[in-house]
Structure formats: structure tokens, C-alpha cells
Design a protein around this ligand. Structure first.
Ligand code: 3H9
Length: 667
């Protein structure tokens, strides 16, 4: 049976697309549409056509799992051409999302009616491509070059009311009236209204230059190509512009960048899917945050932004006042008030006794099915759970800084956590719009554990001879917006210092330990806030500059460690950083703390700004020549045989079995 069905009433054919879950455009959808349009073309009794959806979304874009292979005919531009060559008007009835190819399909129609749930947009650039079925060409002819540049380059979703204001849709109606309104519109239309035949609304050179300048900032090559396609497309014949756009789309689609971004899309899907359970999740509408510090306040904002009612509890009145200063968040110094909430996030001070005491005083006030989560970064969740009478309703929900903007969340199952608790968390992270990964209990869970090995490696590199500025520059060249030492200075060196001091008594003496960060802290260089850290910030300078004092602290540390500094090039820096993260990934997967190697790529790209177009550290190494990978792993192993024990076979020229396996899993 076709995924597109046709019904005809009063001379209007309604084509209904039904390709769950999101009506993505795969070969079956395209041929279903093409066949239906061909049948209509052959009939004389049809005066108008409506294209509608049987599902939540109109058409969430092309099925990107098809992009790794040559695309099967009929391709989307050919389907849209059939719409345009029909002599009768065609109206798109947009419900839910019309994204990418789905929006392009709607732009191929003669009118667009949306319901109030609708949102349209071009997410293609986030997949390393550009719209490939006329989005740049018809988009610019509909709303003008500046607005089209913004749409294709920002990838933003435009909700129904704004879409109406911009002219992207012609009318917005209630969902129940959508198909009826589209049918009426189709019946009233006098002939075709093809966007390809239009001239783009006029825009001044200044307006176009301004839109181009904003959209081009730090833009990847595919975004620049999308902007150029919009600008060039309005000056040439529509058929030529469509052909040029398609060529660009195809060349980008088969490139490494787009392939890596598709890999990440499915990696995120797989991580989210791993959290789904059959268990029932009680709906949560009121969220409690325990702790009104910086993290608690930011968490409160994140939940409030997604329309949860939020109650922040703290005994510190000043901290509570800061939370209420700019928001409609309720605050309380009475723990009993958290009894009204369905989810409570522990964001109190990172100390086991403080956490346990919160849990024991909180639990008696809660409904039986309320869930408590801890946002701890390092503490043992099983030990915390032991303080509770209902430990099955407890888990870890670990957000990353700043939690109102950083999309990464680790969902950590404690030994006692039940399925319904996980179901609550899966639905909450989805509503928050976060990118979750499941994680098990272990020092630093998944993401911080990988980051810790990355951090140690950059310090090894400095001890061996690279300067902090050289390391930062090499990693900015890889694609990070800012290097690790500049990041450390921004966040402050004192928190990590306190942690190192706490862990010092249990540190394995065989563990390579670089003392430079400790020496900087001892010298009062705690980062930007103290005017100096790895760099100096004279007169409140925004960006740090390398200075003699840090250089001499580094020299002293090298001398005391018996290291003769050597010059280290950017390639070695980049290789060692990525190799270290891959070793960490291998041990996390082996110990079951991470479910899949691809979860580590999700964690590093979503939470730690590893360049997405490389797919993440594991994927990036997996795509290298195996003999290069063995060389990289051998150097990483030698940098600290204890930390990077899993890479040991590489020193004999062999691919370590476990690492080979995780690399294979992400190719
Ligand atoms: C494009 O259109 C290019 C054109 O210009 C070219 C024309 C020639 N493909 O995310 P969910 C799967 S580029 C394949 O959990 P939600 C997804 O993996 C495309 N699969 O649901 C998941 O699978 P599973 C432009 C897709 O409600 C399941 O569907 N379009 C696609 O949280 C449910 O998805 C986009 O970039 C797809 N396009 O979110 C939109 N979309 O159940 C990409 C979804 O096995 N999609 N799947 O884990 C999204 O952003 C979200 O999926 C969406 C729904 C917001 C639609």
C-alpha cells in the first residue's frame, strides 16, 4: 500500500502522506507522491489538489539515512516539478513540522495553509548540506534575499505566527479546520501561483550585505554556499538556479562533513532511544530545585523556559532573592514546599553529607511517585540512594555548564533506579530539548571522565615542551572555538585545584602528575578573575596573553620533573588529544559506563564543543588510516602508560582489540 493516499471530493483531490514516525521523505514517499500526482494529471475532473499529512508532522525533511547512497528516483525536485506542471492549483496543508525537503515541497505548491502547531524551516546546514530541492531559489522569490539568507543559514524553525508575518505561509487556522481551509483555498484559487515564476521582492544592497555579514560569521563552507546560492539564484533563470543548487547539494551530501553530521544525528537518536522504556511515566508539571547557587538558578531558568512551574528551595535568603530578581520562579526556604513537585533536582553543595542530609529531610514531604535526581558531577549515586526509603525513585541527571544553554545531559541509573523513574527522566529531557546520553556510575560518569583525560593530555603536552598558547592554537585549528587553557582561565582554576587536593591521598604514585596547574594556583594565579592564570590579563584584558611568570613556573615544573622540553607541532597536539579521548571512550564502553562509543561523540560535541563536523573524537579517529591510528595510540600510551593502558598493543604496532572495536562501531 502506498504511503500517499488520494481521496477526491467535489473535484478536489486530497493527497494524504502517512509515513510515520515523522513523515520523512524516503523513496516510498517520493514515489507515492509522484504516482498520485501523475494520476491526477491524467484526470480531467480534478480542479484542485491539497497535500496533507495523516501524522503529527507535515514532512520532517528528506530521510537522511538515504544520503549515504546514490538517491533513488524519483527525486524530490522531480516530484516538485510534477506539482508545478499540474495545471490545477495545489495547496499545502501544513501541520507540525515542514522542514528541509518538506518545506521545499510546500514551496513548490501554489499556496500554503498552516495550523497553529506548524513550524517551517531549513535545517539542512546543520547536516553539512544546503536545501537541495529549491529552498534557496523559491525561498528567496517568496520572502526576498535577506530573509531567505537568514532562514537557510540559521536553520531556525519559524513558528506559524511568524511564518504568516514573513509570508512563508498564506493563512493560519486551527488544527481541526486545516484540511477544510486548504480545500476551500484550493477551490477559490484562479489558476497557478508558482514561486519559480516570481521575481524576488526587492532588497537594497545594504540590506543584503547586512544579512550576508551576520550569516557568514564563523560559518562553515556549506553555509557560505547556501548564502551564495540564495544571492545568485535570484539573478538567474529559476531553472538554472535550481540546477545549480542541486549540484551544490549533491557535492556537499557526499562529502565527509555531511557524513559526519548525519552520523551525529543518528548517534543522538540512538542515545535518546536507549533511554526509552516501556514503563509508564507520571506526568511532571512542577519541578523543584534544591539549591539556589549558580547551578540551581540556571537549572531553574532552563526548566522555566520549557514551561515547567519551578520552585527553588534554599535556606539562604540572599541566594533566593537573586533567583527571583528577573524571573517568575517561586522560591521558598521551607523544604515542605517541595512536596508539590513531581521532580526535584538536587543542586546543593557537592558534598556527600550535605546531599544525604537534603535527601533524608526532603523525602517525607514527597508524593510516592515523585522522582529525585542529583546533579552531582562526581559523587557516588548509590551511596546517596542508600539514604532514601524509596531509592527506586532516585537517579542522576547531570547537566553541563551553563545548563540553560548547554544541551548535554547525562541520565545516570543508580543500582536501585526503576524503569518508571527512567521513563520520567526520558520525557523530561526531551521536553527540555536536551541531548541526553545514558551513563553508568563511575568517576566523572561519561563526559567528565573523557574530558579529564583530554585535560591531562594537554598538560602532558605542556610539560613536554608545548606552550599553553601553542596547545590552544592547535585545538582552535582543529575547530574548537577556544583552547583548553583559555577555557580553564575563564572558568577559574580553583575548583579543579580543590578536587586535586581532595583526591591526592588516593592518587596512584605511578600516575603521571603534572604540577604546573598547582603551582599556578599556589602563586595566586586562579584564572581571569585574578588577572592571571595560564595567561596574564593585564588591565582586565579580555583575552589572555602569554607572560614570563607563567613561562618560568612551567620551566620550573619541567625541570623538577626531569623533562627536557622539545618542540611539539600542532598535528601531534591534535592527535594526542583525540587519541586520549578515544582511550577513555574504550574503557568506558568496556566497563559498561557508556552504552555505545557514539555516546561519547554526542557528549563531546554537544557538551564540550568538540567540532561537530568531525563527528566527535571517536568518529574522527575511526576515519583515519589504521596505521596512523596505531601511531597516534602508541604516542598516547607512552605519555602515561597507566592512564592509557588500553593503547599498549599500539606500541608493538598492533591495533588494540578494544579500541579497534569501538572505532569500527562508529564507521
Ligand atoms: C533535507 O530535507 C534535505 C533536502 O533539502 C534535500 C531535498 C532533496 N531522516 O528525533 P525523533 C527518525 S535534510 C531519517 O526521536 P522527535 C529519528 O532518527 C533533512 N530519520 O522524534 C528517530 O528514529 P528512531 C531535514 C529521521 O519527535 C525517529 O525518526 N530534516 C529523520 O523528538 C523519530 O525522531 C531534518 O533535519 C530524517 N530526516 O523529533 C529533521 N527525522 O525512532 C531531522 C527523524 O529509530 N529530524 N528521523 O530513533 C528532527 O529534527 C527530529 O527528528 C524531529 C522529530 C524534530 C522531526
Amino acid at each position: 500500500m502506498s504511503v500517499v493516499s488520494t481521496t477526491v471530493e467535489d473535484g478536489v483531490a486530497v493527497l494524504t502522506m502517512d509515513n510515520p514516525p515523522v513523515n520523512s521523505g524516503n523513496a516510498a514517499m517520493r514515489s507515492g507522491l509522484a504516482d498520485a500526482l501523475d494520476s491526477i494529471a491524467a484526470r480531467e475532473d480534478i480542479r484542485a489538489v491539497v497535500i496533507a499529512s495523516a501524522n503529527k508532522h507535515f514532512y520532517a525533511g528528506s530521510d537522511i539515512s538515504e544520503f549515504d547512497r546514490p538517491l533513488v528516483d524519483p527525486q524530490l525536485p522531480a516530484v516538485i516539478e510534477r506539482i508545478e506542471t499540474l495545471t490545477v492549483p495545489v495547496v499545502a496543508a501544513i501541520t507540525g513540522l515542514a522542514l528541509g525537503g518538506g518545506f521545499e515541497l510546500a514551496l513548490g505548491c501554489d499556496a500554503r495553509i498552516a495550523d497553529t502547531t506548524a513550524a517551517v524551516g531549513f535545517p539542512e546546514v546543520t547536516l553539512g548540506i544546503l536545501p537541495g530541492a529549491g529552498g534557496t531559489v523559491r525561498g528567496a522569490r517568496l520572502v526576498g534575499v535577506p530573509a531567505a539568507i537568514d532562514l537557510v543559514a540559521s536553520a531556525r524553525r519559524v513558528k506559524a505566527d511568524e511564518a504568516l508575518r514573513l509570508g512563508l505561509v498564506d493563512e493560519v487556522v486551527e488544527s481541526a479546520d486545516l484540511v477544510h481551509a486548504a480545500t476551500e483555498r484550493a477551490q477559490q484559487m484562479q489558476g497557478k501561483n508558482r514561486l519559480r515564476d516570481r521575481t524576488a521582492p526587492a532588497a537594497s544592497v545594504e540590506e543584503i550585505d547586512a544579512a550576508r555579514a551576520i550569516a557568514s560569521k564563523r560559518a562553515r563552507p556549506n553555509v557560505l554556499a547556501a548564502i551564495e546560492a540564495v544571492c545568485r539564484g535570484v539573478d538567474i533563470d529559476a531553472s538554472d538556479a535550481l540546477a545549480e543548487e542541486r549540484l551544490l547539494f549533491d557535492s556537499l551530501r557526499v562529502g565527509a562533513e555531511s557524513s559526519n553530521l548525519r552520523y551525529l544525528f543518528f548517534a543522538k537518536s540512538a542515545a535518546a532511544k536507549a533511554l526509552r522504556t516501556e514503563a509508564k511515566a507520571p506526568a511532571v508539571s512542577v519541578v523543584g530545585i534544591a539549591g539556589a547557587g549558580t547551578m540551581g538558578a540556571a537549572l531553574a531558568r532552563a526548566f522555566r523556559a520549557r514551561r515547567y512551574d519551578v520552585i527553588v528551595y534554599d535556606t539562604n535568603r540572599q541566594a533566593l532573592d537573586r533567583v527571583t530578581a528577573n524571573s517568575d520562579i517561586t522560591v521558598t526556604d521551607s523544604i515542605a514546599d517541595l512536596g508539590k513537585t513531581g521532580l526535584i533536582v538536587d543542586a546543593v553543595f557537592e558534598d556527600m553529607d550535605v546531599k544525604k542530609s537534603l535527601l533524608t529531610s526532603l523525602e517525607p514531604h514527597l508524593a510516592d511517585d515523585a522522582v529525585i535526581v542529583s546533579n552531582t558531577s562526581y559523587l557516588d549515586l548509590n551511596e546517596m540512594a542508600s539514604a532514601l526509603d524509596r531509592p527506586q525513585r532516585f537517579a542522576g541527571l547531570h547537566f553541563f555548564n551553563p545548563p540553560d544553554r548547554n544541551p548535554l545531559v547525562e541520565v545516570i541509573r543508580a543500582g536501585t533506579t526503576d524503569g518508571s523513574t527512567l521513563a520520567v527522566l526520558a520525557s523530561i529531557v526531551a521536553k527540555l530539548g536536551k541531548s541526553p546520553i545514558p551513563a553508568g556510575i563511575g568517576d566523572g560518569f561519561v563526559a567528565n571522565r573523557v574530558y579529564a583525560d583530554y585535560r591531562s593530555q594537554v598538560e602532558f603536552l605542556v610539560e613536554e615542551g608545548a606552550s599553553p598558547a601553542e596547545v590552544d592554537a592547535a585545538l582552535v585549528e582543529l575547530g574548537f572555538a577556544i583552547g583548553p587553557f583559555a577555557v580553564a582561565d575563564m572558568s577559574g582554576l580553583d575548583i579543579a585545584w580543590a578536587r586535586r587536593k581532595r583526591l591526592a591521598p588516593n592518587r596512584d604514585p605511578e600516575q603521571r602528575y603534572v604540577t604546573i596547574a598547582d603551582r599556578l594556583c599556589e602563586a595566586g594565579r586562579l584564572g581571569k578573575k585574578t588577572g592571571a592564570g595560564w595567561y596574564a590579563y593585564p588591565d582586565g584584558a579580555k583575552r589572555g596573553i602569554p607572560d614570563e611568570v607563567a613561562a618560568s613556573i612551567i620551566d620550573d615544573a619541567r625541570r623538577d620533573a626531569g623533562v627536557a622540553p622539545r618542540s611539539i607541532d600542532g598535528d601531534e597536539i591534535r592527535d594526542r588529544v583525540q587519541g586520549s579521548m578515544v582511550c577513555a571512550a574504550a574503557s568506558l564502553v568496556e566497563n559498561g559506563i557508556a552504552g555505545r562509543a557514539s555516546d561519547i561523540d554526542v557528549a563531546m560535541t554537544e557538551g564540550f564543543a568538540f567540532p561537530k563536523w568531525l563527528g566527535g573524537p571517536v568518529r574522527a579517529l575511526a576515519l583515519r588510516d589504521p596505521s596512523d591510528v596505531i601511531d597516534v595510540l602508541a604516542v598516547v600510551h607512552r605519555s602515561c602508560p597507566l592512564s592509557f593502558a588500553s593503547a599498549e598493543p599500539a606500541t608493538r604496532g598492533e591495533m588494540p582489540e578494544l579500541i579497534g572495536r569501538i572505532l569500527e562501531s562508529v564507521r
